[in-house]
Structures are given as structure tokens and as C-alpha cells.
Design a binder for this molecule. Structure first.
Ligand SMILES: NC(=O)c1ccc[n+]([C@@H]2O[C@H](COP(=O)([O-])OP(=O)(O)OC[C@H]3O[C@@H](n4cnc5c(N)ncnc54)[C@H](OP(=O)(O)O)[C@@H]3O)[C@@H](O)[C@H]2O)c1
Length: 428
């Protein structure tokens, strides 16, 4: 055995406990290096866990680590509270590297410490923080020339993908699917960060920093979730050859960027469309290599802990550099395109009165806003008075779609809410 590596694991929940088990099952050896778990910490020392807690030194508070020789702290607590912050401060004070699965902390607070990890030559491993077991950070860092990436997109949240997949496969509502996902352990009781698109936006922020070598601020990232998605739109989409996915995307347009997390229709035959349940997908496009796709388990204790192991292997091989490969201090702020310059087709569904002349009146509204219609589909009436109508527009901006929505709401023939979904039919 050549080396020893001393690690402290803080957070022993789903991921932390799985990590201890993987290390135990490998007889505390990774890449010819002896792994010493010098301390462990969680909230409750007496909680029953999948490993024997008594085998390890229990860290009562961070200061009790002072007397221990540590190479790496592994933070698997989650969230952005003061305790989590104190772990990062402690690692920097002790000048030890840190590995984490905590995308919220990195995306929301990282701006205050990324440069300190860089300037102290410390490793900040975050493979596990983005897309669970999918080795997207390693692929971007080691296999693609810097500045060669033109876009990164995919399915970055397993919970929402699981919920949408169940809606499709079991023909159930969003609410029923969410309840089932909670029951089956694929959603938390409080899944608001997943459902709102915030969790995917955290990951998109980090992957955009890494892919483009620019500073993307989480608070500037636009995100929207799946809470208002209706089964009826999924079914109409299928009839039109589309599947709905919570799509995360960051693409370079000239020297600026378009970044968004939003429910979008994608082509049914695409890889995006066929990535189901808790699987995550990252597709990277760029110069020379053209396109590469990575698909795998986006969550779960063992899959996520396997990415922590991957970061430990990087550390052991000394195969790491700055957090985002480029020194954070030297990275410029990313500038965003005016979204009205990015045009896509849109799906609109609304209900109209079952009367002669309604279609003409609605078509006039679109003409008034210079929006051309690719197709208009009148579906089976809900009842004798109400007919659902689906319109697919030609390429237009999000600004235009909001304008037409406002206008349509004033039309007395239109009865219910207007559902709009962006169509991304040239990717995936
Ligand atoms: N679960 C996944 O599939 C998954 C996937 C990708 C990334 N992640 C990320 O991995 C991280 C951990 O997630 P998880 O699912 O393992 O969470 P979890 O099961 O809720 O575990 C959190 C752990 O942190 C401990 N903890 C909480 N507050 C603490 C405090 N103030 N002091 C000390 N310990 C504290 C808890 O202690 P007790 O056990 O005593 O309560 C628990 O062991 C998060 O950042 C999450 O976003 C998770």
C-alpha cells in the first residue's frame, strides 16, 4: 500500500451512509490508497444507520477535528444554513480539500469561496452535486477542450422526471403522480425545490460555469417547474409527436448565453424524450466532438456516493485543478441574450365557445400580432358549449407569446386558462 488518505464525513443520511458502506465494502482501499475515516458527524448520534456508527470517531463539533490529521472533508448535509457554511469555512481555515454533493450551497453561496479553494490549491470536488452518478463534471473537465462547448442541456432533476414519467405511463394527474413518487421514495414530503425547477437551476448554474468558463450567478438563472402541468397537455403533445420534459439548457449565442429551466416539448423519438423515471441526461454539443450524451441514475444513495468515490479518485491521482478549471477570480460574468432574439415554436391550448366565427376571430388575433400559425387543431368538445383548441405557432419569441396570451385573455370567446409550452424540436 502506497498512501493513506484521511477523510471526515459530515452528513450520514441517504448519501453519507451509502458512502461509508461503499468504502467498507472495498476494505477501505481506493486506487491503492488506504482510506481512513477519521471522523463522522450527523445530527443524531444514536440514529440507527446501515453501518456500525461505533466503529468511528464521532465529531461533536467541528473544532474537535483540530487535533486530527485530515486530508479531505466530505460534506453530505445539504442546504445552505449556517452549519453548512461553517464546514466550508473550517475546510478553508484548515487548508484541506472538500468534496460535496450539495448543489444548493455551491450555486447559491459558492461565489464567496470558490476563489479561496483555487488560490489555496485545494480541491473542491462536486461530481456528486450534479446529476447523481452521471460523470458529467469529469467528462467536461478532462475530455473536452476548454472553450469548445457550445451548449449543454438535458434532464437534470430525477424527481420531476419520475413524476412526468408516471403521468405518461399510468395516465395519472400531477398530484396523483407526486403522491406516488413520495410513497416510492423518489420525492421528499417537501419537494418544492425539485418541482419548481430550482434544484435543476442549481445544477445548470454549476455546469454552465464549468462548460463555458464564465461566472453564471444563480439568481440570474431563469427557472420554471412542473407544478402546473396537466395530463391533458401531455396527451395532446403525444398526438402531435412531442413529449414534455423539464429541460435545462444553457447555450452560447455569439458571446452571450441563453439559460433556462422550463417544461418543454421535445421530439418523441429523441434521447431526451426517452430518458425516463429517475434517470438524468446531459447532452453536450460543441466544436470538433460535435455531440456527446451521458445518461444514468440522477439520484439515490449508492449512485450519488459513487460520484463521491470518483472525486476521491481524482484527489488520490492529483488529477484536479481550479474549481471550474479556470481560476474563478479570472472568470468574467456571463452575459445573457435578450430572449426575444431566440425564437421557437410554441404550443397553446385553450377552450373556446362552440360557435361559428370563433376560429376566424382567434386567427385575427394572431394576425394582429404578426404570429403565423403552423397548425390549429380543434379537438373533441368537452361539452356542447366548449371546444378545446390547440395551436402550434411558427418560430416566435417568448415576448410575443406573452403578448398573444394577454390579448387572447381579452377575447370573449375564450373560456378557460391558456396553457403554453415551448417546443424544442431541434435538440436531443
Ligand atoms: N439523496 C439523493 O439521492 C441525492 C442525490 C444527489 C445529491 N444529493 C445531495 O446530497 C446531500 C445529502 O443528501 P441526502 O439525501 O443524503 O440527505 P439526508 O438523507 O437528509 O442526510 C442529511 C444528513 O445530514 C445530517 N445533518 C443535517 N443537519 C445537520 C447538522 N446541523 N449537523 C450535523 N449533521 C446534520 C443528517 O443527520 P441525521 O441523519 O442525524 O438526521 C443526515 O445524516 C444534499 O446536498 C443533497 O442535495 C442527494
Amino acid at each position: 500500500m502506497k498512501n493513506n488518505l484521511n477523510i471526515a464525513i459530515i452528513g450520514l443520511g441517504v448519501v453519507g451512509s451509502s458512502l461509508v458502506k461503499i468504502i467498507e465494502n472495498n476494505n477501505y482501499v481506493i486506487k491503492d490508497t488506504k482510506i481512513n475515516i477519521v471522523g463522522i458527524k450527523a445530527n443524531n448520534k444514536n440514529k440507527k444507520r446501515i453501518f456500525d456508527v461505533k466503529k468511528y470517531f464521532w465529531i461533536d463539533d467541528l473544532e474537535s477535528l483540530n487535533s486530527l490529521d485530515i486530508d479531505i472533508i466530505i460534506e453530505l448535509v445539504g442546504g445552505t444554513d449556517t452549519f453548512v457554511n461553517s464546514i466550508y469555512k473550517y475546510a478553508l481555515k484548515r487548508k484541506v480539500s472538500l468534496i460535496t454533493a450539495n448543489k444548493a450551497q455551491l450555486a447559491e453561496k459558492g461565489d464567496s469561496f470558490f476563489n479561496l479553494f483555487d488560490s489555496n490549491d485545494l480541491y473542491l470536488g462536486f461530481e456528486a452535486a450534479v446529476l447523481g452518478s452521471v460523470p458529467v463534471v469529469n467528462t467536461i473537465s478532462k475530455s473536452i477542450l476548454p472553450k469548445n462547448i457550445t451548449s449543454i442541456y438535458g434532464i437534470f432533476n430525477g424527481t420531476t422526471n419520475y413524476i412526468l414519467s408516471q403521468m405518461y405511463f399510468n395516465k395519472i394527474s400531477f398530484k396523483e403522480s407526486l403522491d406516488l413518487a413520495i410513497k416510492n421514495g423518489f420525492a421528499e414530503q417537501n419537494s418544492s425545490s425539485d418541482l419548481s425547477g430550482k434544484d435543476a437551476a442549481h445544477k445548470l448554474t454549476l455546469l454552465s460555469n464549468l462548460s463555458f468558463g464564465k461566472k453564471f450567478k444563480f439568481k440570474e438563472m431563469s427557472y420554471d417547474g412542473i407544478e402546473n402541468i396537466k395530463l391533458i397537455d401531455l396527451n395532446y403533445g403525444l398526438q402531435l409527436g412531442y413529449k414534455l420534459k423539464l429541460l435545462s439548457i444553457c447555450e452560447k449565442i455569439g458571446s452571450k448565453f441563453f439559460a433556462s429551466v422550463a417544461p418543454c416539448f421535445v421530439k418523441q423519438e429523441s434521447l431526451l424524450s426517452n430518458t425516463n423515471f429517475e434517470d438524468n441526461l446531459a447532452i453536450i454539443e460543441g466544436i470538433n466532438f460535435v455531440k456527446t450524451s451521458l445518461l444514468g441514475k440522477g439520484a439515490g444513495g449508492y449512485p450519488t456516493a459513487s460520484s463521491i468515490i470518483s472525486d476521491l479518485m481524482n484527489y488520490i491521482s492529483k488529477d484536479y485543478s481550479n474549481v471550474f478549471n479556470t481560476k474563478y477570480d479570472s472568470m468574467l460574468l456571463a452575459k445573457f441574450v435578450d430572449t426575444s432574439s431566440r425564437k421557437r415554436s410554441y404550443y397553446l391550448r385553450f377552450s373556446v365557445q362552440n360557435k361559428v366565427g370563433v376560429l376566424k376571430s382567434i386567427a385575427n388575433f394572431f394576425a394582429k400580432k404578426s404570429i403565423s400559425i403552423k397548425s390549429i387543431i380543434q379537438l373533441n368538445p368537452y361539452d356542447s358549449n366548449t371546444v378545446p383548441l390547440v395551436i402550434i405557432t411558427n418560430l416566435i419569441s417568448d415576448k410575443k407569446i406573452n403578448e398573444i396570451k394577454k390579448l387572447l385573455k381579452k377575447n370573449s370567446y375564450i373560456k378557460k386558462e391558456i396553457s403554453t409550452i415551448r417546443i424544442e424540436d431541434n435538440i436531443g
